[in-house]
Design a protein around this ligand. Structure first.
Ligand SMILES: Nc1ncnc2c1ncn2[C@@H]1O[C@H](COP(=O)(O)OP(=O)(O)OP(=O)(O)O)[C@@H](O)[C@H]1O
Length: 485
């Protein structure tokens, strides 16, 4: 009996004079009451029970009452992590021409067919494994051989904030993904966009774009400075600073941070702050883009079998707004917000890329970081689902996650854009990424900004459950073939 009482939740509303009992568990069939002198209501026909004696149950009034929402169900101070999916076009035009050249011509001749016929054969063969169902869901179908041999099933992934098909334009992506973060940033809130996905799936293209199709970073800068020079804020009261750096592991010898805005200075991380990182004061979008473009020229990239210009490092860009002293007063609006954009290096499967030597060592580092990033988000989700579960401090295992700690602990708003290739050959990469990242949509983020936006300067450890320090995992020896995006 006591237990049954515990299973019931009671809400007492000031507007509602009655107590409402909500049963959490489905009602059990009641046991037959032992015979007493009390009249049996259910079998009233067989008794002389007069219904007038029973106080009337005011069901109509109760239904009309407005129940106050319980604290846990209101999402005033939190919102779900927004996870977007972008599908890259199957064939990139500039590559298709390249394929007819050089080695391919020789290969076709060996087969005794013309290169054009060979190309036709190849394009015919190319099937897609990922199709868009609607703006929020996709269907992933394994190639026929896998369906027959391994009984792999077709899966539907639903609930994305938006799915961008292979014909999507950068502007569409910006409007849905980046613009809300930029608007918040202008209003004084920090935020982060992280692009993740397998190698060659279009992360760098989405983040930076090309001169004809500008990516998220240049579009964000244009909006920030247009807004500043027009109506939103006064130029006199704000200054903008840009910094760009990469985290890279040279030949697998530990992670290092390089400042890309100066001459590749080697930096160190101290409690989520990068000591000595140069912030360049910029007064317009052109200046800011120039700083980033110069930095990108220094970024570690290399040619691999999957991408002619594959990123070999994690690249982070920060745009920071700071209040100016104006007539001895500081602007009163919340300020010092940071907009962070992260272009992760794409996870690689050794079997597919065929990487060797330096490239293979880089793959180990890239896959490790992606794995730790994923573990942080999974741990956050599990902790939010069940607060009794220990919050694992996976962020300690890589420089990137240590730097992004506030985001990975759900204290600041973050948006994820997953990029994938839709080809049959890409099935495994796409499947691993979607399986891993689909649950992240349930992660909640705090929408309340900490008093100082530079939260790394002041850490509120008491907000987190106290957990024992987990043993550091040996991540260095991870096989490059173990992919975790
Ligand atoms: N949506 C797109 N439209 C047109 N071209 C694209 C698109 N996405 C990617 N590409 C092209 O595909 C190629 C690979 O893209 P990109 O370098 O951005 O991949 P990545 O995910 O950053 O790879 P990595 O992790 O290896 O650096 C580039 O030539 C890029 O221009």
């Amino acid at each position: 009996m006591e237990r049954e009482e515990k299973d019931l939740m009671e809400f007492k509303s000031p507007q509602c004079p009655y107590t409402i009992t909500v049963r959490r568990n489905p009602p059990r069939r009641a046991k037959k009451t032992p015979a007493t002198n009390a009249p049996d209501v259910t079998t009233s026909s067989s008794t002389h029970f007069d219904t007038k004696d029973v106080p009337r149950f005011p069901i109509e009034e109760i239904l009309q009452c407005q129940l106050p929402l319980s604290k846990t169900s209101t999402s005033e101070n939190s919102e779900n992590l927004r996870v977007f999916l972008r599908i890259r076009p199957l064939d990139i035009k500039k590559n298709s021409k390249k394929n007819v050249d050089g080695a391919n011509i020789a290969r076709s001749r060996l087969k005794g067919i013309s290169p054009k016929q060979d190309m036709k054969k190849k394009t015919k063969k190319k099937e897609i494994c990922l199709s868009v169902n609607d703006t929020r869901s996709v269907t992933l179908s394994p190639p026929q051989i896998m369906q027959d041999s391994r009984r792999v099933k077709t899966e539907v992934y639903d609930g994305f904030s938006h799915v961008f098909g292979s014909d999507s334009l950068q502007k569409e992506v910006y409007d849905r993904v980046m613009d809300p973060l930029v608007s918040d940033f202008i209003a004084g809130k920090s935020g982060m966009l992280a692009a993740m996905g397998p190698t060659g799936s279009g992360k760098t293209h989405t983040v930076f774009g090309c001169p004809r199709e500008l990516g998220m970073v240049p579009r964000a800068l244009q909006k920030i400075f247009n807004c500043t020079s027009n109506t939103c804020t006064s130029e006199l009261t704000r200054s903008y600073y840009v910094s760009i750096f990469e985290i890279y592991s040279e030949r697998g010898k530990g992670e290092r941070i390089f400042d890309l805005s100066s001459d590749g200075v080697d930096l160190c991380l101290q409690q989520s702050t990068i000591k000595g990182l140069q912030e360049v004061l910029v007064s317009n979008a052109v200046e800011a883009e120039a700083v980033i473009a110069r930095g990108m020229l220094k970024r570690a990239t290399a040619m691999t079998n999957s991408n002619s210009q594959s990123s070999r490092s994690q690249c982070i860009i920060n745009i920071r707004v700071a209040p100016n002293m104006f007539d001895g007063k500081v602007e009163l609006v919340p300020n010092n917000a940071v907009l962070t954009i992260v272009d992760l290096a794409g996870a690689e499967r050794e079997k597919k890329t065929g990487n060797q030597g330096t490239r293979l060592l880089e793959s180990n580092f890239i896959n490790n970081t992606s794995m730790v990033f994923g573990l942080c988000l999974r741990s956050l989700l599990e902790h939010q689902k069940n607060p009794k579960k220990q919050f694992q401090k996976h962020f300690q295992n890589s420089l990137l996650t240590r730097y992004l700690r506030d985001y990975l602990e759900g204290k600041k708003r973050m948006t994820l854009i997953l990029t994938v290739k839709p080809g049959e050959d890409d099935y495994l990469d796409t499947s691993v990424l979607l399986r891993q990242a689909a649950p992240y949509m349930k992660i909640k983020f705090s929408t309340v900004e900490e008093p100082s936006n530079l939260a790394h300067q002041k850490r509120h450890l008491d907000k987190l459950p106290r957990v024992e320090q987990p043993k550091r995992r040996k991540l260095r020896n991870l096989d490059a073939s173990e992919v975790f995006y």
